[in-house]
Design a binder for this molecule. Structure first.
Ligand code: PLP
Length: 403
């Protein structure tokens, strides 16, 4: 099976290369996603346990779906403002003030098609050609292409297990050049699960003031927090507030990945630019989705608590299971729904071991190197599967490691 899968990868790479010749040069900067690659290969394995995708396996709560049906029935089938429907912008501003302690009003909020689009728009509206953006390494794989499509240059800052994947602010400062214009932070982190401490956020904020930088903060996992850890929004500190673009989404919090709804909260002139550009690139987020999101925010948050509770139980199962396996270790993730497993003592590169887990153990994981060079030596498991599946997956991984 391994030979067949390798042949399939080679075939895809060749095909990819051939197709590239017809495309614009910028497409050379957009790699095949490492996650997609694993997914495609796993299609041939019927009993595979999927731990590669970063999306809740739960369905969107019923009351949110009902709100979308209602919105459709009531005629939410047209374009909306490219900034989003006013009711949702008001509700998000209220949420940001009450929960995140961020001073803002509805004109600071722009509704986008997911956090992905909010991040792209934020980069496109603030970066000049060749401006440098500091991005986490390891970090969510889309940060690099998002920076490059925006004409900017992504510069990775290393996150390391010895620092609990917190920032090394001195090292970060050394990467700043006259071209640096933005620092991107992501807490809780994909893929490490680290939650940035308050003193770290303040240190980054001070750096941004000292060097006159914009902070782009990706907070899509804000609700997935464990062990009494706390999520802080860097925009809540008044001394940094005016230079922060906060990005968030309904994708993870409400299990709404396919609905494509996110938002940016930014100082007014940036929000105005983001909305304007949204108008010429996406028009607007889907109307019925916006009404469903409004309902998600206004209704009881019990569904979120329930889902996070389920992830907390799964996390415990995964961490306990992994602790029994030979030659690997797993730093305790305080947030998101990922285990970033240290495999450096197995003698395998992350791609090799991930492939072994797939072909021999029938468990789909993502090689850490898909998240940047500093992800080598790790593989990422998303515990987005049932408790039973997670137990089986860990046991299969154990068999592979012992074989
Ligand atoms: N930011 C991070 C860190 C993510 O992991 C993801 C999705 O996996 C996103 C943003 C994208 O979120 P959305 O579905 O809202 O575009």
């Amino acid at each position: 099976m391994k030979a067949a899968l390798n042949a399939e990868i080679d075939h895809r790479k060749e095909k990819f290369k051939a197709l590239q010749s017809a495309l614009a040069e910028r497409m050379n900067d957009i790699p095949l996603s490492g996650i997609r690659e694993i997914f495609e290969m796993s299609q041939a394995i019927p009993d595979v346990i999927r731990l590669e995708f970063g999306e809740p396996d739960f369905d969107t709560p019923k009351h949110i779906k009902e709100a979308a049906y209602d919105a459709l029935r009531e005629g939410a089938t047209k374009y909306t403002s490219s900034f989003g429907i006013p009711e949702l912008r008001v509700a998000i501003a209220e949420k940001m003030r009450n929960e995140n302690k961020v001073k803002c009003d509805w004109n600071n909020v722009v509704i986008t098609t997911g956090a992905t689009s909010a991040l792209s728009l934020a980069v496109l509206t603030t970066m000049n050609p060749k401006s440098e953006i500091l991005i986490p390494n390891p970090g969510w794989a889309n940060y690099v292409p998002i920076a490059r499509i925006g004409g900017a240059v992504p510069i990775g800052y290393s996150l390391s297990e010895k620092d609990d994947f917190q920032l090394d602010v001195d090292a970060l400062e050394k990467l700043i050049t006259p071209k640096t214009r933005m620092i991107l932070i992501n807490s809780p982190s994909n893929p490490t699960g680290a939650v940035l401490k308050e003193d770290q956020l303040k240190a980054v904020g001070e750096l941004s003031v000292k060097h006159d930088l914009i902070i782009l903060t990706d907070e899509v996992y804000e609700k997935f927090i464990y062990d009494n850890e706390q999520h802080f929004s860097i925009a809540s500190y008044p001394q940094f507030h005016d230079r922060v673009i906060t990005v968030n989404s309904f994708s993870k919090t409400y299990a709404m990945t396919g609905w494509r709804l996110g938002y940016a909260v930014a100082p007014e002139e940036m929000a105005e630019a983001i909305g304007r550009l949204n108008g010429s690139t996406n028009s607007c987020a889907a109307a019925m989705t916006q009404f469903a999101a409004l309902h998600a925010l206004r209704a009881s948050q019990g569904c979120v608590t329930e889902m996070v509770g389920a992830f907390a139980r799964r996390r415990k199962i995964v961490l306990e299971g992994l602790s029994e396996l030979p030659r690997i270790s797993c730093p305790v993730p305080k947030g998101a729904f990922y285990a970033f497993v240290n495999i450096s003592n197995t003698g395998y590169h992350s791609k090799e071991l991930s492939m072994k887990f797939l072909t021999e153990g029938h468990v789909a994981t993502v090689p850490g190197v898909a998240f940047g060079s500093q992800g080598e030596g790790y593989i990422r498991l998303a515990y987005t599967s049932s408790e039973e599946n997670l137990k089986i997956a860990v046991s299969r991984m154990g068999k592979v490691l012992r074989s």
